[in-house]
Structure formats: C-alpha cells, structure tokens
Design a protein around this ligand. Structure first.
Ligand code: URA
Length: 300
C-alpha cells in the first residue's frame, strides 16, 4: 500500500481498517501511553503471538505474574512487568483473548465459560453502535477453532467445570441482565425468570458486558479472538454476588489457568526461549502502574 507518512500493511498481521492511519505521520496510542514516534512498536511488539485482556489491573497483574511463572521466565533483578493495559481498542494483534468474569446461567458458580457466540439481549449476534448519529450493526464473530482449543484445555482433575456456550452481552449490569436489585426495575420476578429460562433454552450459559463489542471489533480487524470468563453466580438462583471475596479472587484464576495451558500448548521450546530477551527488554521499562487500581468489586 502506498504511504505518505507511516507504513502499515497487512504484512504486520493486522488488517488496516482505517485508511486515515496510513496517512498519519505518527500514531499516538493515547490510552496505552505509546506512540509510533516515541516508541519502536515493531521492535517492542513485533513478535507478540497472544494478547490477553481483562477488566481490572489487579486481575491482569496476577495473570502476567502467573504466566511468567508458567513460562519459566526469570526477570532480571530490579525489573518489573510493564503495564500497557489502559482501556484502548488501538492495539490489535494476532490472537486476542479476553479473560473476565460473568454471571452464569444454569452452571455451578465458579465455572469457566468459553464463548461460542456473542449475542445482544435480543439473542442477535450483532453489535449496534451509533456512528455519526446513525445505528451501525456489526456482526459478532469469534474464532471457533480457538474456542474449541481453549475448551479442550479443561482437565478432569480441575475443581471446576469448563464449558463452551453462548454469551449475552448487555449495556448494564442490572436491568440489561434482568436483575431485580438495581436502582430502577419495571418488571416482576416472573418476567425475569421467563427471560432467563428463554435464553437458557437457546443455549445461553452466561451474561457479561464486553463480548459483543470485543467480537465485533476483532472480527472486523480479522483477528482471531476468544472470550473466557468465570461465573460468579448462577443467575437462575439469584442476582447478588454473595460469595466471599477470597473465594472470588481464587475463582478469577480459573480462566487464567485455561488460557495459560493454551498458550503453553501453542509455544514451541524455541519460541519460549526466543521470547525471553523480549521479556527482559520490556522489563527494563519499569512501571508501577499496576499498583494504581481502578477499584471495583472484582478488584479485591
Ligand atoms: N459480570 C456481569 O456482567 N454480570 C454478572 O452477573 C457478573 C459479572
């Protein structure tokens, strides 16, 4: 592709869906505190094979530390892992995995769900978004092969179930997910149960708030993506998350385990060794951003 300013092409592994970026002298990734002028992004991230995203800094820090241990990396003394995790949709790479939490439907709390298909609240595999004042509907498609591989990482010895199933993504935690305990509620318990049973009969096993936008964007960008979440409760049995904080924290490691097994199964020994210098290189840019938590109920 001809380029006035920067050269980005599909050779870099990402379908360029925005022609304006091609023309820009410099691409500043504001939310990540990175830029093509200030950082050598190709050198820093050119060999990245997996990107795992999650909703809280605490969860992602523990995942990063867990992966370092699983991969057998030794970080040089005085160095630390780097947080590049601010909310952004600008970093789109090869295989993208969302690790999160959700409400289960008909599953024991603490189960892991790998999303097969992401639906809106009307069971449509579509993300409606408003762009320039108009509703634009985008298909939500996740990589089935990746979902199958992740599901197959379940071990009979695990103290939790891992299932593949359909996921509803909503715009809010309360009315959008049929809860009775929000600030506003205009339906009855009977209405709520009729809806939850209806979606369950259609193969929906969990509800959260990110899968549709994640699936729509990654599908447009041609990136293989998956969503792996742990259920915090069974919505057929209640609305409130009553499990003690310590148990919830332990449960949040379950999708991490599944994803870690998958990543390890995909990496050859050579790749693991080749990645080590990159880790050390990145580690030199020490950061304490992990410590600054956008605290929420999940981030104990
Ligand atoms: N996250 C959600 O979106 N819903 C739940 O019920 C639990 C976690």
């Amino acid at each position: 592709m001809a380029a006035k300013g920067r050269t980005i092409s599909e050779r870099e592994g990402v379908k360029l869906m925005n022609p304006h970026i091609q023309e820009m002298e410099e691409d500043v990734l504001y939310h990540l505190a990175l830029g093509s002028g200030s950082h050598d992004l190709r050198q820093m991230f050119g060999d990245v094979r997996f990107v795992c995203m999650g909703g809280t800094p605490h969860r992602m820090q523990s995942f990063a530390e867990y992966m370092v241990k699983e991969l057998g990396y030794i970080l040089p003394t005085g160095t630390d892992l780097v947080d590049i995790s601010a909310r952004s949709h600008r970093l789109l790479t090869f295989q993208l995995i969302r690790i999160g939490t959700c409400g289960g439907i008909g599953l024991p709390p603490g189960s892991v769900v790998v999303t097969e298909e992401a639906f809106d609240g009307q069971l449509r595999p579509v993300l409606d978004t408003i762009i320039l004042g108009k509703v634009v509907s985008r298909p939500c498609k996740l990589d089935q092969n990746l979902a199958d591989k992740l599901t197959s990482m379940s071990d009979p010895e695990d103290e939790f179930k891992t299932v593949k199933g359909k996921t509803i993504s909503t715009d809010d935690f309360y009315e959008g997910q049929g809860r009775l305990d929000g600030a506003i509620c205009e339906y009855t318990e009977k209405d709520k149960m009729a809806y939850l049973n209806h979606v369950s009969d259609n193969g929906v096993v969990n509800m959260e708030m990110e899968a549709t936008v994640f699936a729509a964007m990654t599908h447009m960008a041609g990136i293989r993506a998956a969503v792996v979440c742990v259920t915090l409760l069974d919505r057929l049995k209640g609305d409130q998350v009553l499990t003690p904080k310590e148990e919830l924290i332990a449960w949040q490691e379950r999708p991490q385990k599944i994803v870690a097994r998958f990543i390890l199964s995909e990496l050859s020994m050579e790749e693991r060794q080749a990645a080590t210098p990159t880790m050390s290189k990145l580690a030199r840019i020490s950061s304490n951003l992990f410590a600054k938590s956008y605290s929420c109920f999940e981030d104990a």
